[in-house]
Design a protein around this ligand. Sequence first.
Ligand code: NAD
Length: 373
Amino acid sequence: MIVGVLKETAEHERRVALTPEVTAQLVKQELEIWVEEGAGLGSNFPDAEYEESGAKIAESRDKVLSECDILLTIQTPDEADIKKLKKGAILICFLWALQHPELVELLKEQGITGMGMDAVPRISRAQNMDALSSMSSIAGYKSALIAANELDKYLPMMMTAAGTIPPAKTLVLGAGVAGLQAIATLRRLGAVVEAFDIRPEVKEQVESLGAKFVEVELGDDETQTEGGYAKELDKSKQELQREAIHKHARKSDIVITTALIPGRPAPILITEEMVKDMAPGSVIVDIASENGGNCELTEHGKTVEKYGVSIVGPYNLPSQLSLHASKLYSKNMVALLNLLLEDGKPNFNFEDEIIKNTTITHQGEVISPMLKE
Ligand code: NAD
């Protein structure tokens, strides 16, 4: 079996799907690893390290595409690349199939088995394959560092001969994987942290990190799906939530927003009115910017100043920590491969919840229950 690894071509993408360390593990399992020249450079893994790990540096990108049985990438390859794959090849990467029906059609037509790293179920047995969590955690960490860097204040309390400086006040909206890591990082930097999420059960996790949970009375309606994801709030609840957030945001030096609803645009939690009310010099880092943003004034990929407040809409945060992001993604991916491979050959056991949910298309059919629904 030939496993191919491509150099990522998307803008702002520095990660690589397979590291030399994980390459060596796969080589021991008698898989042939073909890597496109320079694939690891964005994460500081030179070609020589892949060769030392037993991989072959392929003659060309096209050679990887046309010969491999399994292709590993981070971002979905473009249509031209997918058309160069052999019929029956397996593509494993972030596919976001729900949002891209045209991609699902293409994979079906080409007879490609598409496995989405974003479709790995969030169950305990799949924790070591959960690339969404690994990447979100990096995004949360990096968002706190960006915020600290933008702010013209200390984060910790400082007792100096010239006087005492109080700790910075910060607010984190959305306490999923990214939000919790942002809270932990802000706390490590010495800031006072408040946090809010519409899923009430995260209160305990927020408090265990030393932050205060902001209580908002949203009534008894369910705020989450059976799968544990947040639901979109109706208009009156959104208003209630914004009023509550407004009171806390106006007192905060930093607001980090991470709120997402699967398959929907990111909810607007910070309006223009709220930004106007924040102190000049405050900072908003909007991690949801790729999905439309949680702040009305966010511009994706830019840092803008509005009413004296810096609003950061960062590109691809995991890629900014490319070495560790690649290491974690690579380990997530190999855990999935190990589940899939039996005696070195793929075995699509659709009785297995992880294989069934992760496989988007196989032999020209849609497999994913999420897509069938
Ligand atoms: P996500 O990235 O989809 O969303 C980020 C956060 O935004 C979530 O906590 C969500 O509740 C919150 N949010 C949405 N709308 C909001 C609003 N209007 N106001 C405030 N907050 C809002 O979330 P995620 O980090 O990917 O986690 C999603 C689910 O998966 C959670 O239930 C999480 O506990 C679960 N999970 C389980 C595992 C596991 O191994 N069992 C691992 C990771 C995550």
